[in-house]
Unconditional design. Structure first.
Length: 274
């Protein structure tokens, strides 16, 4: 479904005169001309040719106040046994990593292995959510029932994985595949996964009469932030970092979209004025 929306967005941009260039390599010196005023970096931090005039070598300690995130709708209960939590805050240290800073608790970098289940028929989500609530004391599962129109809406599930679980699923999943295919092609899968994960997989496959539910290859989420977005340049042109080039938001929180929207709105206002 996301691919369809992205295709519609691309067609809309083309209709408005936006030019697209698809190349494996590109000579960025071509940007050094009078036609281009600025560059938007929406590459997710992969624009290595971008240079920053500000030093990125210092660590930064920040205190994050405790708060009630309230993820009950996703089957998640807030836990209180987080290492490093003081009386009123969580101490985080941002340590340099290339052009970015990565958050650490003590000397441990924050990261987690996850896998995503997509294409879940929305009429099944109530049953699935109720079953997961009984197995989710450690917040292994995150359930999202979607927010699109009923005709195109579908559910998804994020599942936290251990190293060995992620390694196993990565070895048997190259591209998105149906959950039924995964279970049918790997009869010994229960030996490698947590019992609760196995139970949810079997339940989903049993409910999925039309083979719509898919599983994607596991990924490792490592948050980071660009602390110097105002000092970037490329071939003498000012670079504005957007999306994951600015910061890597958690996929369970919309990849940081909520934090980006006010920034985009302000930027659009400035562009309209000029």
């Amino acid at each position: 479904m996301v691919n369809i929306l992205e295709t519609v967005l691309q067609l809309s941009c083309k209709d408005q005169g936006v030019k697209f260039l698809f190349l494996e390599t590109f000579d960025y010196s071509k940007l050094s001309n009078n036609v281009i005023d600025l560059v938007f970096d929406a590459t997710g931090g992969r624009l290595k040719e971008c240079s920053y005039s500000t030093s990125n070598s210092a660590e930064l300690a920040i205190d994050i106040p405790k708060q009630n995130i309230n993820l009950n709708y996703a089957g998640v209960k807030q836990l209180h046994n987080i290492p490093g939590v003081g009386a009123d805050y969580l101490n985080i240290v941002l340590k340099p990593f290339g052009d970015f800073h990565e958050p650490h608790i003590g000397d441990t970098k924050i990261w987690v292995h996850m896998v995503k289940i997509t294409g879940i028929p929305i009429n099944l989500m109530q049953t699935i959510s109720e079953a997961i609530k009984k197995l989710n004391s450690l917040n292994m599962f995150y359930v999202w029932s979607g927010a699109l129109r009923d005709e195109i809406n579908e559910g998804l599930i994020f599942i936290n994985l251990l190293d060995k679980e992620s390694g196993y699923l990565t070895s048997v999943i190259d591209d998105p595949m149906t959950l039924k295919s995964l279970l049918g092609n790997n009869s010994n899968i229960s030996k490698y996964l947590n019992r609760n994960i196995n139970n949810i997989f079997l339940m989903l496959a049993g409910l999925d009469v039309d083979s719509q539910v898919k599983i994607e290859q596991p990924f490792k989420y490592c948050p980071y932030v660009n602390l110097n977005p105002g000092s970037g340049s490329l071939s003498g042109k000012r670079v504005f970092a957007v999306g994951d080039s600015l910061f890597c938001g958690h996929p369970k929180m919309g990849n940081g979209l909520g934090s980006h929207l006010p920034f985009i709105n302000d930027l659009l206002g400035k562009m309209t004025q000029h």
